[in-house]
Write a protein that binds this ligand. Structure first.
Ligand code: SF4
Ligand code: SF4
Length: 453
């Protein structure tokens, strides 16, 4: 077959079209998609059901979290001591959790245990360091020969000046980077110092060999925004709550929090901005997550997102980069929770309230001056230790919003739940068998006790 000049032009055109097609696809895929379900509406913070009494409100001292109390409160230390013995009891009984499940647990918590217990208390260390110091200059752009390099500083200055005029673009850049490095949801909250701990704690329980210390905490001048990220936990692993396997899944969430928030903070620092990564350390995350439009607050005291329900872990990065904040969202969680109460019934420690929100914190570990549902975190923590785990998650497993993101489930959330409400909605959820416990042999595909005698 002979190919003429005209054919060559045609082939050239086809090749050009084909080479453009993947590029076009990539651009569409890379574009920031606004995911908005029909039931989700954006509101102002003032329109949320929750109230703050500025006269009673106090910035929360991290010393009073249950985790920090294991460093100084004899009553809590006595309770926490029970965990290892109860874990061994579980392994020997092999009913709820086996050695295999606890091995999974250790694997899930590996990143936190090895590099970043800081994200459980003091912050500013390991993967959640506030600066780039101590990293290899071979791979890191802010240390060694790069530090204070005048040409680099000049380029940073030009970049920052361009972004100051285009915060929408900077927001898209940051969200894209956060998603690429592992976040499932990303939102931007304005920085409100109200939710930063008044004091932070270094607890020998997480940092063996150090002395317990508390110190006042302020974030750097100029901090403007909080990038809030959610990490999905696997539906089936969390269906095994509570036990070694679901704890491993929670641990993996914490590991992801440290990796991704650390990477996003380093990205910002490399551009010359403040980048302070944070897990449970430094500040209370849920108010920022609400403000960033990731979800609504619930009866069981956690955030419920439209896409993953309560099955997420949260991390954040504080920055002075110019960003466009998102708005809080509502999709009927408050109304549904008012009637549902499934988590309160499922809670093995009776820690979740059945009544209306109140101003009264039940323990010293609850924040003052906020009208909301307060979970009795002392009861909750005591149960964790008795059950031989470092967490529980039964409430998360039981919640009707805890669903795989399938069309049938989003249709229920968007169209049916607002009509039938939390009472009937919860009854239907029970009838269909949602929220029931799955056992670890169903996940592994064999019974440990049948093999290991
Ligand atoms: S189980 Fe029911 S009451 Fe509890 S958080 Fe979920 S929807 Fe709200
Ligand atoms: S984690 Fe467990 S003990 Fe704590 S509130 Fe939830 S269900 Fe209750």
């Amino acid at each position: 077959m002979q190919i003429g000049r005209r054919d060559l032009f045609k082939l050239g055109g086809l090749a050009a079209a084909l080479s453009f097609l993947p590029k076009g696809f990539l651009e569409v895929l890379a574009a920031e998609q606004e995911e908005r379900d029909p039931s989700v509406v954006q509101v102002e913070w003032e329109d949320l059901p929750w109230k703050i009494d500025e006269k009673k409100f106090e910035r929360f001292n991290q010393k009073y979290t249950m985790f920090s109390r294991t460093g100084w409160d004899p009553k809590v230390q006595e309770v926490a001591k029970q965990t290892p013995a109860n874990m061994i009891r579980n392994i020997k009984e092999g009913k709820i959790s086996t050695l295999l499940d606890y091995a999974f647990h250790s694997a899930g918590w590996w990143v936190v245990a090895k590099t970043t217990p800081h994200e459980m208390d003091y912050g500013d260390g390991g993967l959640v360091s506030w600066t780039s110091e101590g990293t290899s200059p071979l791979f890191n752009f802010s240390t060694g020969p790069w530090k204070a390099n005048p040409e680099l500083e000049e380029e940073r200055k030009k970049f920052k000046s361009a972004m100051e005029k285009n915060p929408e673009l900077m927001t898209n850049i940051v969200k894209k980077v956060a998603k690429h490095f592992g976040a499932c949801l990303v939102g931007i909250a304005p920085y409100d110092p109200k939710w930063v701990y008044s004091h932070r704690v270094l607890n020998p329980r997480y940092h063996p060999g150090v002395d317990y210390k508390e110190e006042p905490l302020e974030l750097p001048e100029g901090t403007r925004y909080v990038i809030v990220m959610a990490f999905e936990e696997d539906y089936f692993a969390m269906a095994m709550s509570d036990g070694g396997l679901s704890m491993g899944e929670q641990g993996w969430g914490y590991s992801q929090m440290a990796i991704t928030s650390g990477a996003v903070a380093e990205f910002l620092r490399s551009l010359g901005y403040i980048g302070i990564p944070s897990g449970n350390d430094t500040a209370i995350t849920i108010p920022y997550a609400i403000s960033a439009g990731l979800g609504e607050y619930s009866r069981m005291g956690v955030l419920i997102t439209p896409k993953y329900g309560p099955r997420v872990r949260l991390a954040k990065v504080f920055t002075d980069a110019p960003l466009v904040p998102d708005k809080p969202i509502r999709f009927g969680v408050y109304e549904f929770c008012s009637k549902c109460k499934k988590c309160a019934e499922a809670c093995p420690s009776n820690a979740i309230p059945y009544g209306d929100p109140t101003w009264d914190p039940p323990t010293i570990s609850n924040i003052k001056g906020v009208w909301k549902w307060h979970v009795d975190v002392e009861k909750c923590f005591e149960y964790w230790c008795k059950s031989g785990n470092v967490g529980c998650g039964v409430c998360i497993r039981s919640c009707p919003f805890n669903k795989i993101d399938w069309p049938a489930h989003s249709m229920f959330r968007d169209y049916l739940a607002p009509i039938i409400g939390g009472g009937t909605g919860r009854a239907l959820d029970d009838f269909l068998g949602y929220g029931e416990r799955v056992y670890s042999h169903q996940w592994w595909g064999f019974r440990y006790k049948d093999l290991v005698k």
